[in-house]
Design a protein around this ligand. Sequence first.
Ligand code: PLP
Length: 392
Amino acid sequence: MKSLYGSDIVRNMPAYLFAHIQKKKQNLIEQGNDVIDLGIGAPDLPPPSYIIEELCKHTKDQQLHRYSSYQGIPELRKAVAHFYQKKYKVTLDPEKEVLILIGSKEGIVHLIQSVVNPGDKVILPDPGYPVYKMGVHLVQGKVVYLPLDNNNEYKPNWKMISGQDKEEAKLLFLNYPNNPTGATAQKETFVKAVEMANKYDICIAHDAAYDHVTFANYKSSSLLQVEGAKKIGVELGSLSKNFNMTGWRIGYIVGNSSVIHSLATLKSNIDTSQFIPIQLAAKKALEQSEDEIRTIHQTMEQRMLKTWQLLKNAGFQVEKTKGTIFLWVKVPEGYTSSSFSEQVLDQAHVIVTPGSAFGKQGEGYFRIALTVPEERLIEAVQRIDSWINGGK
Ligand SMILES: *Cc1c(COP(=O)(O)O)cnc(C)c1O
């Protein structure tokens, strides 16, 4: 049968699990209820004003309203390379090893298209960011899940992937600091991943969307700090969470030059990179010192500590995080991820994301996004507490 409205691939995309919760939220609000939405995975805080001022300044320059070069302007690619040198002591060639992206989500989906053939296997973390799975579906690749679990601090255990799957896999995604679990990785995790990927010729794509959203003394590691990582690896970075710039759509990918060349070739047939003033403002952001960037996330850290403490006091099983904008919490006994999420909305008017939305391994957990002011987080936990514990 011929369908005018949507290709098979698009019509068969896995359903967005959270759609009916959004519908319920709307109904509750229309009935005059105060709903606290802790489902939104994007910072609510603004970018630092120096970045906005930089954008405004360049917007007034009439020369900067033309097409950017396909790979992104050289000034920004150089700034990304400097940033890697400064933060990670990793040397990058801004011509061949850096490509500017229109947000890392765009980069993830197009990276998959530029590396994976129909039927090829792709190893994805479970639980994990749902975009990876959608990207693999779009090219009709086959997903192999890498189960991550709490007992192993959400680090990969490569024995969980069969020899045949490793042989046949073309691409592997990792993501630390991690969405949804908030887990972080030490260099050792990447060393083992590179060793495995080199042995089986698998390309590793490390999604480092939260590499600067880190707390206390924790500093994230880069995949590219590992000896030999550039032979098989790329890393995706983004200004979205690191600088509270989700709406600006600006990110980058660095690492293996053939993978980057392949992605650049695909992208040059699809887009013409991002608005030049946005790229110049991103350059300004990346030029700030580590300490200055850290101050952006102090509010998130305070919210995390406060919410973690209150959840503990209310009897929930939850770990403090070293980074990201999330807390990953075990659902109380007698609930599944989805029954808890449904009822917490009905009973406490609080939205959380069921862990199962991120994969099978997410069952038994829910994710809280710390993306509302502290007093709203306090109120949310109080409501959950009095619903679950009856205010005991
Ligand atoms: C938010 C997020 C992204 C996408 O970020 P953009 O750069 O805004 O597209 C990618 N990966 C993870 C894990 C995220 O949470």
